[in-house]
Design a protein around this ligand. Structure first.
Ligand code: OSB
Ligand code: MG
Length: 368
């Protein structure tokens, strides 16, 4: 692929509105944008979506920098790869650190697709020309959540996800259902419950949720299978799924009926595609999760969500929900509830270089 350089842009920007879960409130979003450049000066882009602190996964942007600098980039430079598929074996000897891997792997796939002159969607067998959009609403106070849903509904969003916790679920769901009896609604618990809450969780069936996302421990597979037998609401796993192997375990045990595929959580395109293919084969619907991300990650997500197994609207919303100005051109727009899948090569968006540089606090360049 003639890769001659990897550049890391350490960026940060304030969110237009804070992203709130019972675990953390994010107001300022940091990320690493990975740029790989070939000998002809062509660039590919990826995004490390780890957070500043390890509240969602164990990684942080500092651990990702360490992994990229000391292991992943040197390993990449050791081989003259002809196809990004080789990265699976090159990165395999470094355990986990999936978000660091995903950022670099994405950039290399983007470059490869541009070298071949195809879109990432087409390269991975995407079939959808447009993808349905869903949005996430912070829990907290009912009237705020209801207002947010009303605004999003006007924009045509096709699925609503509310963040819940043990101390704030029934009331807010009841209030939402009173206003919107029939909207496609789901709840994300970010692992706030235990099996002792089984009766409480059973009672949530009355809200006819599309699914409940990650009710139990972030590192659990087994107890979710017990819970799934006791509740009608389909369970969707998020935090528990880091790999194809985790997915196999969850499906074998019946721990969920739906999987949230986040490319960054599973280490990139190759693993995401494998999970997708397994779920498609086993008739398990999947959807594409979000990371309150900048446009580069959003662009990869759009391509991923165009694959045929993605039958449920994901957490891919307009750039304008979070950003005053995104780092891609054009920014991601939801029109009547849909996002169109670009046909241009690679991620199909240009980099907004002025904006990227304006958000960059620090840059590191590594040469092959
Ligand atoms: O649990 O799905 C989650 C964002 C960051 C970390 C974890 C999660 C989320 C979301 C997606 O809920 C929000 C978004 O990107 O719009
Ligand atoms: Mg989640």
């Amino acid at each position: 692929m003639n890769i001659k350089r990897v550049s890391l842009y350490f960026i940060s920007a304030p969110l237009k509105q804070p992203f709130i879960t019972h675990l953390e409130t994010v107001t300022e979003r940091e990320a690493i944008i990975v740029e790989v450049t070939d000998r002809d000066g062509m660039n590919g882009y990826g995004e490390v979506t780890a957070f500043s602190s390890p509240w969602y996964t164990e990684e942080t942007l500092v651990t990702a920098q360490h992994m990229l600098k000391d292991f992943l980039i040197p390993a990449l430079f050791q081989y003259d790869i002809a196809d990004p598929k080789e990265l699976e074996f090159i990165f395999k000897r470094f355990r986990r650190n999936n978000m660091a891997k995903s950022g670099l792997e994405q950039a290399i796939w983007d470059l490869y697709a541009k070298q071949q002159g195809v879109s990432l969607s087409k390269l991975f067998g995407g079939t959808a020309k447009r993808i349905p959009s869903g949005a996430v609403v912070s829990g907290g106070v009912s009237n705020k959540a209801i207002q947010q849903i009303e605004d999003l509904h006007r924009e045509g969003y096709q699925r609503y996800k509310i963040k819940i916790s043990r101390t704030n679920d029934t009331d807010i769901l009841r209030d939402i259902r009173r206003f919107f009896p029939d909207i496609p609604l789901m709840a994300d618990a970010n692992s706030d419950y235990t099996l002792e809450d089984i009766d409480h969780l059973k009672a949530l069936d009355e809200f006819r949720l599309l699914m409940i996302e990650q009710p139990l421990a972030h590192d659990d597979i087994a107890e979710h299978s017990i819970l799934q037998q006791k509740i009608k609401t389909p369970i969707c796993l998020d935090e528990s799924i880091h790999s194809l192997q985790d997915t196999k375990g969850a499906l074998l045990m019946g721990s969920c009926k739906i999987i949230n595929i986040k490319m960054s959580r599973v280490g990139g395109w190759i693993q995401a595609k494998k999970i997708h293919d397994l779920c498609l084969d086993k008739n398990i619907p999947v959807w594409c999760g979000g990371m309150v991300e900048f446009g580069v990650s959003r662009a990869h997500n759009i391509a991923l969500a165009s694959l045929p197994g993605f039958t449920i609207p994901g957490d891919i919303s307009s750039s304008a929900r979070y950003w005053e100005e995104d780092i891609i051109i054009p920014d991601v727009k939801v029109v009547n509830g849909w996002i169109s899948v670009p046909e241009k090569s690679g991620i199909g968006f240009e980099i907004n270089e002025g904006r990227l540089l304006a958000l960059t606090n620090h840059k590191e360049v590594y040469k092959a």
